[in-house]
Design a protein around this ligand. Structure first.
Ligand code: PLP
Length: 399
């Protein structure tokens, strides 16, 4: 490389500044660079051949993004001998889209549940349906149905589940689903956003792919939007990476970097938030103005036994019915002073959402009601506050 100084000032302005590092930074650096420089053209040719893994262009791969993706992958298989590979995407939706777009082709089927996060249901119906991908809804509470549907399929079974589900906290038996699906050489994709790997590790129960909206608990502070895909199947990882490289739905470096900061306190947050959610669920289940509480940590919840089996804690999410009508939920929400009316979850403060008018607005009312997403259902993402303050806020709103 030519190290002679420039003759002209404007050339020095245009050139990249020289970096000098004497010691390793304590925090991972933000490699905010679209492209990576080669020592020589031969070096570049070699690096281009060895993808993924070496760096040419951030859409193909970036050291900051890869470090965080690998950390999430390691968390998903922590405590086992399995190796896992991770990718970070621009959002949780991009993670779901990228995985399914890679695996399925026109004429294939995806078997899923009717009570997914509303955005995922819409993605399936509005984006994959028109691509001639058949969306089959299964009752995962009765797994005989699953085996029957799979045995009738002429194509590889691909299953997408979310457990616990958003917003009714239904739990699905990951181990049993995987055992059935793998008998027929199928693939199981699990959205682990609500539980996080601190509470539930679907790959260790047999899942082929785990999806996250890192926007939620993994980042935990509400200033980063992103998604993650984790698999222990290296060929599948390479195939998804190839689609991501072409589609360009990768995370940006800053969002990835922020997720890493959030991950440092993930265990502390999940412990405190789960503890708070349990206390809140117990309080709500005794309140005369609350009709139904969905929380797998309550001993009389239909998901309790399964949750105890596959989850280490019961998580920070719960939902409940206030009064009997749409307006009861609206009035209650408007009277809250401290709990934030904000359509996200997994942050340090308690957040409230009315699914019927927000996350599930575009889901046909009959479908929504069939899965218990009633007009008066309210979803809470419980934060790290002192739970007494949250209960006081709810108490005055209900009074
Ligand atoms: N999966 C679940 C369970 C969700 O709740 C959400 C969003 O709320 C998503 C995926 C989509 O994530 P994002 O908003 O990051 O695209």
């Amino acid at each position: 490389m030519n190290s002679k100084p420039f003759k002209h000032l404007e050339s020095l302005c245009a050139a990249e500044a020289k970096i000098r590092i004497t010691t390793q930074p304590h925090k991972i650096p933000l490699f905010a660079s679209s492209a990576f420089k080669f020592e020589s053209i031969e070096d570049g040719i070699e690096i281009f051949k060895n993808q993924p893994g070496s760096h040419v262009y951030t859409r193909y791969g970036n050291p900051t993004i890869e470090a965080v993706a690998q950390k999430i992958a390691n968390l998903e298989v922590f405590g086992s001998d399995l190796a896992a590979f991770g990718l970070l995407t621009s959002s949780g939706m991009a993670a779901i889209h990228l995985t399914i777009q890679t695996i399925l082709k026109p004429g294939d089927s995806i078997l899923t549940q009717g009570n997914l996060y509303g955005g995922t249901t819409e993605l399936f119906n509005k984006v994959f349906g028109p691509q001639n991908i058949n969306i089959e809804i299964i009752d995962f509470g009765a797994l005989d149905n699953l085996e029957q549907s799979i045995s009738n399929l002429k194509v590889q079974p691909v299953i997408f589940i979310e457990t616990p589900t958003n917003p009714t906290l239904q739990c699905i038996d990951i181990l049993k689903v995987c055992q059935i699906v793998h008998k027929y050489k199928g693939l199981v994709i699990v959205d682990n956003t609500f539980a996080t790997p601190v509470i539930q590790q679907p790959i260790l129960l047999g899942a082929d792919v785990v999806i996250h909206s890192t926007t939620k608990f993994l980042h935990g502070h509400g200033v980063s939007t992103g998604g993650a895909i984790v698999t222990s199947n290296e060929n599948l990882f390479k195939a998804i990476w190839e689609t991501q490289k072409l589609v360009g739905s990768n995370s940006n470096t800053f969002d990835a970097w922020l997720v890493n900061i959030g991950l440092k306190t993930l265990v502390l947050r999940m412990e405190k938030q789960s503890e708070n959610a349990l206390q809140l669920a117990q309080y709500l289940s005794k309140h005369p103005k609350i009709n139904k509480v969905h929380y797998p940590g309550l001993p009389n919840d239909t998901n309790h036994q399964l949750a105890k089996q596959q989850m280490k804690k019961f998580g920070a999410m719960l939902s409940f019915e206030v009064g009997s009508e749409y307006q009861d939920a609206i009035n209650f929400s408007n009277r809250l002073n401290h709990c934030a009316l904000a359509p996200s979850l997994g942050e340090t403060d308690t957040m409230v959402l009315h699914p019927a008018s927000m996350s599930h607005l575009k889901i046909p009312i009959e479908t929504r009601l069939k899965y218990g997403i009633t007009d008066n259902l309210i979803r809470f993402s419980v934060g790290i506050e002192n739970i007494e303050d949250i209960i006081d806020d709810i108490e005055q709103a209900l009074a």
